[in-house]
Design a binder for this molecule. Sequence first.
Ligand code: HEM
Length: 540
Amino acid sequence: MATTSLTSVSSTFLQTEFPLKRTKRHINRCSVSKCPFNPISVAPIKSSGSETADTTSLSPVPQNPLPETNKKLPLRKIPGDYGLPLVGPIKDRLDYFYNGGRDKFFRTRAHKYQSTVFRANMPPGPFISNNPNVIVLLDGKSFPVLFDTSKVEKRDLFTGTFMPSTELTGGYRILSYLDPSEPKHDQLKRFLFYLLTSRISHFIPEFHSSYAKLFDTLEKQLAKNGKASFAEANDQAAFNYLAKALYGVNPSETDLKNEAPKIITKWTLLQLSPILSLGLPKYIEEAVFHTFRLPPILVKKDYQRLYDFFYDAASGPVLEEAVRLGVSKEEAVHNLIFATCFNSFGGMKIFFPNMLKWIGRAGVNLHSKLAEEIRSAVKSNGGKVTMAAMEQMPLMKSVVYESFRIEPPVPLQYGKAKHDFVIENHENSFQVKEGEMLFGFQPFATKDPKIFDRPDEFVGERFIGEEGEKLLKHVLWSNGPETEQPTVSNKQCAGKDFVVLFSRLLVVEFFLRYDTFGIQVGKSPIGSAITFTSLKKATF
Ligand code: HEM
């Protein structure tokens, strides 16, 4: 795993050549009117629980990985159709959200067409997206075409077949919406690499500080109520962590106080409501969220508070670097808001509960092994959590990768064909025409039974050892194989190494403090809602 981990410090950007300290805050704020707002070998661990029904792969019978062949596959017309205008897209939307849900939507169509590649409409459809027609990719072989920027354009499709109003991002098209062919993509991605590189020395200590407080809070709640919800405490800890780690600022000492999570949730809802189900009655959701856009004005004042916070927090070398790269301070701040609040905070909000769910359900056997491995590595590193110590935790690293594989936090990916080309699944080849929209449902691609043995099981040690590491190229959560790195010319997640680091840190800090834990799992619009029912303090 050495070549893929941040702990080897092999990445293109997470190196400490730009040591930085936060400087005094500038008071130069942008007012609303001035801003256009506008790898130990262990026995396999089988996860228990009903949730597997929700996330199962396409084949009920797992098969062994197939060897790659150069054999030409028979050309097949892409099966499926889009239905009548308006009617087809609305029917598909209702099926997707309400008639069995998302997994069933894809599974039934794959079964009907006997193909992991087919045509369908993706929400939102009328009247939000102009064209909801997509070619669905559900297997691990066809899916990676979405990473090939010589074949697909990634312009304005970060959220799918519609793009949220740029009024929600200060009037700017943010980096996540830019195609690498646009010069701004290079400048902005470089800018984020600079930010991450310059702050690397803060990533481990600040995580300990913010998440120790979260564990204190959970323990108090457990003592008082017999249970403790993870979501709210995680929201606070995540934002505080990001603010301190990336900018050296404690939000509670600023005008923003502890209100960022609430504001970000509202701001994110305005962007994603067309493609979310909030669990409200169908007719309300359809009328209010899925048919028309919510007006950006609803969050304008709140967004301004974020802007002021980030402008102050980033003033000094960070914004100076933006200007040096040819990005205005204003555009840089809107991009920092998006990278911190949408990409990072949003990622932690979805992935942390999901990972705790899978580890929680795996049971005490896995917990004990993790606790032993983590504590022993930390002990032999002078009692400190360091990058080097984490390199000596193969099970912990594998568990984090397995969590990303079994339930990728960003499940939907899009790319528009730049020209005519042929794509392949395991059985066929298919002709794609220029301008057609390709859509990959990642949870099925990373549970492809032709690639992964026991694809629907949470196998904690899956990625341990030489054979395990070979599978990492099929872990795709970052919009690219885990064995590759984000660059200015691809669309792989700019925060990939940071994300792997903070996800590992959650597991490390957790099992330094606790031997095992109990949870109840509920649903939330963006994933799992975790309630702790027990936290057993470390006994060794
Ligand atoms: C669990 C956390 C995260 C997940 C699951 C995640 C996932 C992703 C995915 C799937 C994409 C590609 C989307 C697409 O184009 O279809 C992406 C892009 C991106 N992510 Fe992340 N991300 C996370 C955290 C972060 C963090 C911490 C940062 C930055 C500090 C970040 C910055 C970005 C940026 C800037 C892009 C666009 C890259 C480009 O345009 O070349 N993400 N991320």
